[in-house]
Design a protein around this ligand. Structure first.
Ligand SMILES: C[S@@+](CC[C@H](N)C(=O)[O-])C[C@H]1O[C@@H](n2cnc3c(N)ncnc32)[C@H](O)[C@@H]1O
Length: 465
């Protein structure tokens, strides 16, 4: 069996017969696969003809790797072979490689061929063809191919075309240029009011991160909604406004879980509402792009026991799982800019200071004990908020919690050298929050607790300045 070192050494020797021996189509499949996978960058003058017989190998993995290697050569003499291969090949991965290889040739002769592939039934083939065509984006044939895809049923293709047709840099605004900044009037403020009234007066693109846990439909008594639909409409309205006030490409992290509204008598059954699943389509509709589903796992003792009955009777259908998890759903304000663009908006000092050093959670299963509070029935454990704040914001950023409760997000934001902006409508929770926020060791000023009117006055001052 050949080794990687042999391959590396033999590539330095242009007259060696090594590769014609190793890549002979009659060789063992394992050897062919090993050689094709480990060829790496091909040296100038490498004999691409050695791959041609392998394009007809019965093993699709070998055909796929062979066409990939032909692509590396970027040699227009292989155009006809690649086209014939892509047209005849049945294996989708090998076809994609062939279309990619055609694009990599960067030859105008390939424009009609790639245009033809934009009508393929496999969206990935179309995306590969588009990538090749975009090298000649000004060419009239390419322009009309792009235009014909603007209404394509596949969302990734439509997004790619929209980006192209919009042109570079058009979305840059004064606000996106000053990405790390946020309005002073919002920093380290808790507004004592209904969040819907507060949101109305906040300028667009003011905040960097939202982490929140909304009221649990009618499972707890702090907010009563006339119906589940009305509850979802309320959350949707709040999160639509949250989207508006969030900076481009920044994150929204939502903690919810299914809730049970208890039965009214033994003759009725309790009703379970799948809040995370029901709110998700509404969030994506607003313009929040789904990023991650983190599962917060609590110890078993923290769960309400629901399987006492089943424990006794053991009859199928009567099984009820004790719920030890909650959802922590991560979204990003949809943009055509990459996360790298967001990072580049900060100076090197801020990026360095914000790095997550040492241990961090590598999986989407976060095992964290729940927290309890004497006054508030549903507080975040600081550890949960600390992870979200560290992973999804930079030092100096403004972190928002529309349902601030006892102020955990604010407390943690300050401890992590970020600023907070919170809303809470219940006086007794605001008192807890005031105590908690006032108790931090932060050198930043004490919390400013404002009424809606006081806050509006501050905001209008900001707008006049
Ligand atoms: C699940 S608790 C959040 C607890 C918080 N994460 C903490 O660590 O303390 C939801 C909070 O939203 C508040 N709330 C509900 N409806 C509100 C509204 N319309 N405006 C502002 N706050 C609201 C409730 O009073 C409650 O304190």
């Amino acid at each position: 069996m050949i080794t990687k070192t042999e391959i590396v050494n033999e590539k330095l020797n242009p007259n060696s017969p090594f590769f014609s021996v190793v890549l002979a189509p009659t060789n063992e499949e394992q050897q062919l696969l090993f050689a094709l996978k480990n060829l790496g960058k091909l040296p100038e003058g490498f004999d691409g003809e050695l791959f041609v017989p392998l394009l007809e190998h019965h093993n699709p993995k070998i055909r796929c790797l062979a066409v990939k290697n032909v692509g590396k050569l970027k040699d227009v003499r292989f155009l006809t072979k690649l086209v014939a291969f892509a047209e005849a090949e049945k294996n989708t991965i090998a076809r994609r490689e062939a279309v990619s290889a055609i694009g990599r040739l960067k030859t105008e002769n390939a424009i009609p061929i790639l245009t033809q592939f934009t009508t393929d039934t496999d969206p990935k083939i179309i995306l590969q063809a588009l990538r090749g065509l975009l090298y000649f984006r000004e060419h009239p044939e390419v322009q009309s191919a792009l235009a014909s895809l603007a209404e394509h049923p596949n969302e990734l293709i439509r997004e790619q075309i929209a980006r192209e047709l919009k042109g570079p840099g058009r979305t840059e605004t004064a606000k996106t240029r000053n990405h790390p900044a946020s309005p002073e009037a919002l920093k380290n403020v808790l507004v004592r009011a209904d969040v819907q009234d507060v949101l109305k007066v906040i300028p667009d693109e003011s905040i960097h991160l939202t982490f929140t846990s909304p009221p649990y439909y009618n499972a707890r008594d702090y907010t009563i909604f006339p119906s589940y639909e009305a509850y979802l409409d309320f959350l949707t309205a709040v999160f639509r406004e949250t989207h508006r006030i969030t900076k481009e490409g920044r994150f929204f992290v939502l903690n919810t879980s299914p809730v049970i509204v208890p039965r009214i008598s033994r003759a009725h059954s309790s009703k379970r509402y799948a809040i995370p699943y029901d709110i998700h389509p509404r969030l994506t509709e607003i313009g929040w792009e789904f990023i991650d589903d983190i599962v917060w796992v609590k110890p078993e003792y923290a769960a309400k026991n629901r399987n006492g009955g089943f424990f006794q009777h053991r009859k199928p259908l009567g099984y009820k799982a004790n719920s030890v998890t909650e959802s922590v759903m991560v979204y990003r304000k949809k943009t055509d800019k990459l996360i790298d663009w967001n990072i580049r908006q900060y100076n090197d000092d801020t990026i360095d200071a914000s790095k997550v050093i040492g241990e961090y959670e590598k999986t989407n299963v976060w095992q964290i004990n729940p927290a309890t509070d004497k006054v508030h029935p549903a507080v975040f454990p600081p550890e949960l908020a600390a992870r979200v704040v560290q992973y999804y914001s930079f030092k100096g950023d403004l972190v928002f919690d529309p349902f601030g409760g006892s102020g955990t997000v604010g407390y943690v934001a300050l401890a992590q050298e970020r600023c907070y902006f919170l809303c809470e409508k219940e006086a007794e929770y605001i008192e807890c929050a005031e105590q908690m926020l006032g108790s931090t060791l932060s050198t930043i000023s004490k919390p400013r607790i404002l009424s809606l009117e006081g806050f509006k006055a501050e905001i209008s001052g900001l707008q006049k300045r």
